[in-house]
Design a protein around this ligand. Structure first.
Ligand SMILES: *Cc1c(COP(=O)(O)O)cnc(C)c1O
Length: 367
């Protein structure tokens, strides 16, 4: 039985002219639409009290569990406006499944996948005028769940939770005004993001809280982003900030791509998974393996390793142009976006915006 939503439309929506003005330069994740979804869970009632309601601040008791022990996790996906006026999401059931995998790790109750996707449909339908039509812009959807039990006990998970979805019209992350700008990365040998048995594969806020200090170090070193290495040896490349990494070997007809295998400390990106399928369809073999920082250095120096890029929902595909470590620094290829990177980006964006066929049925119509 699927849950019924109570629809309570806002009586103070943003006027159309103001909305249009805001949408001209939305930035990333700083504007929010008129509505949100909320669904509650507790041990007695399970999931209940599902609503679409006006976007508004939450009122939480200072002793609410999430504020102390960070029992929280989130998802991120986009709604795209297509030329034919429809609004679609890319693989929302994959986000629903990953949300539940994260819930499992964080001892939180799973949400039925249909309810997860239904909540996106209702929110996007109510706020469809907020879905940008500028090229490359989209409505970023942020489902998340927080522990709401009041009390400071630490021996068991919360007995109540709040699931929320908010939406943020956004330009794409990292792209400069003129197009795709490669990022520079700092190899983090002092800090680790995730360790075996830890929460690296769960999309929980705590992973990000623990990462800011390393990101700040990367910026002090003159880099845009941090590259995470494995916790045991600080040698095997895992991810870049909040994105997965791909390495391109060879060029032209001999090009192939490799992404670090999911060892349990990497976040299983949906963009990563999609590229593992799309690349071979374009004649670029794809594999999951591992690469050490020394192999990266050597492959780059010998010319065997031709391009590196990061991928994730927010920034799609972002080329890596320069790498810096405590002892050295190098340009990846010429430091400019490479042809395999750009070809894959074009294909993925093409599927999302409907300019390319969708052979795997990844597109889900929201409104
Ligand atoms: C969300 C996220 C990714 C990318 O996942 P997508 O599903 O492709 O957006 C990669 N790494 C981390 C740490 C993330 O949080």
């Amino acid at each position: 039985m699927s849950i019924e939503f109570d629809i309570r439309l806002s009586d103070h929506r943003t006027p159309a002219d103001e909305r249009e003005r805001l949408l001209e330069d939305p930035g990333f994740g700083r504007l929010f639409t008129d509505h949100m979804i909320t669904i509650r869970w507790d041990t007695e009632n399970g999931w209940h009290d599902a609503r679409l309601e006006a976007y508004a601040p939450l009122t939480l008791d200072p002793a609410t569990a999430v504020l102390h022990y960070a029992q929280e996790l989130f998802e991120g996906l986009k709604a795209y406006r297509r030329a034919d006026g429809s609004i679609v999401a890319f693989r929302p059931y994959a986000n629903a499944a990953r949300f539940n995998a994260s819930c499992d790790r964080m001892a939180m109750p799973p949400l039925p996948e249909e309810t997860f996707v239904r909540s996106l449909e209702l929110l996007v339908d109510a706020d469809r005028d907020w879905v940008p039509s500028q090229e490359g812009h989209s409505l970023y959807l942020r489902p998340f769940i927080i522990a709401t039990e009041r009390g400071l006990g630490v021996n068991r998970p919360s007995s109540s939770y709040l699931f929320i979805v908010i939406a943020s019209p956004s330009a794409s992350y990292f792209t400069g005004g003129t197009g795709i700008k490669p990022v520079s990365v700092w190899l983090s040998e002092d800090y680790t993001r995730a360790a075996p048995g830890g929460t690296g594969a769960a999309k929980c806020g705590g992973n990000y809280a623990a990462a800011f200090v390393a990101q700040a170090q990367a910026v002090r070193e003159g880099c845009d982003q941090v590259v995470w290495l494995d916790a045991n040896e600080h040698r095997w490349v895992e991810e870049m900030g909040g994105m997965n990494l791909f390495f391109v070997y060879g060029s032209g007809a001999d090009a192939r791509v490799m992404t670090p295998a999911l060892t349990g400390s990497l976040l299983p990106g949906i963009t990563r998974d999609s590229l593992l399928k799309l690349a071979p369809d374009l004649g670029v073999p794809a594999s999951e393996d591992r690469i050490s920082t020394d192999q990266w250095r050597e492959g780059n120096a010998s010319g065997e390793l031709t391009e590196v890029f990061a991928c994730g929902t927010a920034a799609v595909i972002t080329p890596v142009g320069r790498v810096k470590s405590a002892k050295d620094e190098w340009l990846v290829g010429s430091g400019e976006p490479g042809p395999v990177t750009m070809r894959l980006r074009e294909e993925l964006v093409g599927v999302q915006y409907g300019e390319r066929p969708d052979p795997y049925g990844w597109i889900h119509k929201l409104a």
